[in-house]
Design a protein around this ligand. Structure first.
Ligand SMILES: [Zn+2]
Length: 57
């Protein structure tokens, strides 16, 4: 699947590292782009799994 946003940007968004302007623009994009919405949910799932894993260690 072609992604028009790169993974690094999406990860920065999830980590809260984007500027407010960038975050708003990305949020709007995700609302209109099923490809990026799917990628974000995948990244959220991965981060959640990592968090649970580290909490259990
Ligand atoms: Zn997109």
């Amino acid at each position: 699947m072609h992604l028009d946003q790169d993974d690094a940007t999406l990860v920065q968004y999830l980590d809260g590292e984007l500027s407010p302007d960038q975050a708003v623009a990305l949020q709007q994009h995700i609302g209109e782009c099923p490809g990026c919405a799917a990628e974000i949910s995948e990244l959220v799932g991965l981060k959640l799994a990592q968090t649970i894993k580290s909490a259990n260690e």
